[in-house]
Write a protein that binds this ligand. Structure first.
Ligand code: DX5
Ligand code: ZN
Length: 233
């Protein structure tokens, strides 16, 4: 399979919430490709975290790409709010709405990248239909809701099936590959329990964007840890 560069998105959920701006700056200085921000509503997942004001505060403190992962019901209703707060990509859950197509289209009409996330229990068969309608798929490797959970190895097959499907059907970033047109590989993100061991199995299966919270924030040298994770292949 083609070698795809790996991008690292630290999850600020494991950062110090009393110093979000400093944490964002520290991630920028440590070479992160972007910041993953988890939004939870206490209904779709049994936890409450950050909201749009926190996203706006992070936006003011960094130029890094802001990857907003919304774990909330009816995500359509909050798209404009997160766009105004400064999100660069909004990833919502397939399981959280009846209006997946409309929500993806709306995010794109707002000029932002649209991501679609899948909970562990949602089978691969639900994914292909949306690959041409979104900019990224997020394959959850834990049950969403909390940082610091154990990686679910059963998700490896789902990642591999998604990458194989994209390759077989010529699905790339920005559309279907055509003769004479080179497009980067489609973005497949994983989130939950990513460390230097699970990063390797995920990238080998075909993931190219790794979210990591608990593992990265525990490392004494964040810059080195991000680089190590990026090289885990
Ligand atoms: C979990 C969140 C994750 C979480 C990952 O629902 O979506 O982004 O922060 O954290 P770790 O890497 O600690 O599993
Ligand atoms: Zn997340």
């Amino acid at each position: 399979m083609e070698k795809i560069p790996t991008q690292i998105y630290p999850s600020i959920l494991s950062g110090d919430f009393g110093r979000l701006a400093d944490e964002a700056k520290r991630l920028e200085d440590s070479g992160a490709d972007g910041i993953h921000i988890d939004i939870m509503d206490g209904h779709f997942v049994p936890n409450l975290t950050l909201g749009p004001k926190a996203v706006a505060a992070i936006r003011r403190s960094t130029k890094l790409f802001l990857d907003v992962h919304v774990m909330i019901y009816n995500p359509y209703d909050y798209i404009e709010t997160f766009v105004e707060a400064g999100a660069d990509r909004i990833t919502f859950h397939f399981e959280a709405t009846e209006d997946v197509d409309d929500t993806l289209q709306f995010i794109r009409r707002c000029g932002k990248k649209a991501g679609l996330a899948f909970r562990p229990e949602t089978p691969f068969s639900m994914i292909p239909k949306y690959l041409e309608l979104c900019d990224l798929i997020l394959i959850m490797t834990v049950s969403p809701g909390f940082g610091g959970q154990k990686f679910m190895p059963e998700m490896i097959d789902k990642i591999a099936l998604a990458r194989e499907y994209c390759e077989k059907h010529g699905i790339r970033q920005g559309g279907i590959i055509k003769p004479g047109l080179s497009l980067p590989p489609f973005d497949i993100q994983v989130d939950g329990g990513i460390n230097d061991e699970t990063a390797r199995v995920c990238t080998q299966a075909g993931a190219n964007i790794l979210v990591s919270g608990n593992f990265l924030f525990k490392q004494p040298d964040l810059k080195q840890a991000i680089e190590n994770l990026r090289q885990c292949k």
